[in-house]
Ligand binder design. Structure first.
Ligand code: ATP
Length: 321
């Protein structure tokens, strides 16, 4: 785990997951522990890679350029700059297969930009994205087949009914009509959208739209779900249902990476998290490792450097009438 409290790190390689062993560099230690994690979580799942899981010896040192075996997702030196300002400033992350991975950070930290580079919606300026070993930048079509994506901005064919949208998405993903229909019915039931399936998606509430788009992201049974703020605008009952569906997906061998702002939801659902601040990973590890002796919310505020400073709006307290 890395925790760099209160200050930005320019070194993307550092002490990511634990203390190095004697003679081992921090970077090698990070690689080794990530590889051990990946080896631990790989295996039994129906979504697991076709090739046999590799067993990583306890003392294996993985070279910085070697893909971690059985990682669902690996980011290496990922950079995206807008108008000279880095939105993502050199991110390294490994998401083990079968994990529920949370990406948290304050507004503008670079979460959406990172997830958009993973899902192929935008191209990185620099760096690598590997999805189950497939280079997602160079072989994006192949990588996209492995992923289901819930983007941040929910543009869709909303004149279609929920049932039509699911069916259409299934057809685009290569499903035959009978399979698409059967899966659409299953997903509608799982997300409690049954009664709304005959209505135009444009008439859905924000939370319902999120649910139908998540269902669309899942219809081709992807191995990795990339979800930008799936719980935003979703009521607690629907959030619990949605969480149940995602847990079932992970229990069945799927991998989820999601972003969000609700620390209580993130710590309930995620096995690992990364805290992103100004485009850099300031902490990464299991939820317990990252929060340490604090609550996750306190740790988040601490890392964000967002003190609750008052006084700037003193004029608000003076009546103008
Ligand atoms: P939030 O929690 O508010 O959704 P975020 O962590 O998802 O924020 P991003 O949307 O990734 O943050 O934005 C990171 C930075 O990149 C911000 O400063 C944002 O203004 C900038 N940015 C993102 N997209 C663009 C764009 N298309 N053009 C210019 N700047 C952009």
């Amino acid at each position: 785990m890395v925790i760099t409290s209160g200050k930005k790190r320019n070194d993307a390689s550092g002490d990511r997951t634990g203390p190095p062993r004697p003679g081992e560099s921090a970077r090698d230690a990070a690689r080794r522990l990530a590889a051990e994690d990946a080896a631990r979580t790989a295996g039994a799942a129906p979504h697991a890679p076709d090739r046999e899981s590799e067993v990583v010896p306890d003392d294996a040192v993985v070279s910085p350029d070697t893909p971690v075996p059985d990682a669902a997702l690996q980011l290496r030196g990922l950079v995206k700059t807008y108008g000279g300002e880095p939105a993502v400033a050199g991110i390294d992350l490994t998401v083990p297969t079968g994990s529920f991975y949370g990406l948290v950070g304050p507004n503008g930290a670079g979460k959406t930009t990172t997830l958009s580079m993973i899902s192929g919606l935008i191209r990185p300026d620099k760096g690598e994205v590997s999805v189950f070993g497939v280079d997602a930048v160079g072989r994006s079509r192949e990588a996209k087949r492995l992923m289901g994506v819930l983007p941040d901005r929910m543009r869709t064919f909303d004149r279609l009914t929920g049932r039509q949208l699911l069916h259409y998405t299934g057809a685009l993903r290569g499903l035959d009509a009978a399979t698409a229909r059967a899966r659409a019915d299953d997903l509608a039931a799982s997300f409690d959208l049954g009664p709304a399936m005959g209505r135009a998606v444009s008439d859905y509430s924000t939370g319902m739209t999120k649910k139908i788009l998540l269902a669309c992201a899942m219809i081709h049974a992807p191995r990795l779900l990339v979800l930008d703020e799936p719980f935003e605008s979703v009521d607690p009952v629907s959030a619990a249902r949605l969480m149940g569906v995602l847990r079932g997906y992970v229990d069945g061998g799927g991998t989820v990476i999601l972003s969000g702002h609700s620390m209580s939801l993130i710590e309930t659902v995620c096995s690992r998290i990364a805290v992103l601040v100004t485009g850099q990973v300031l902490a990464e590890g299991t939820v317990d490792e990252v929060r340490g002796e604090m609550t996750l919310e306190q740790r988040f505020v601490d890392l964000s450097g967002a003190g609750a400073e008052g006084g700037a709006l003193e004029w608000l307290h003076t009546s103008s009438s």
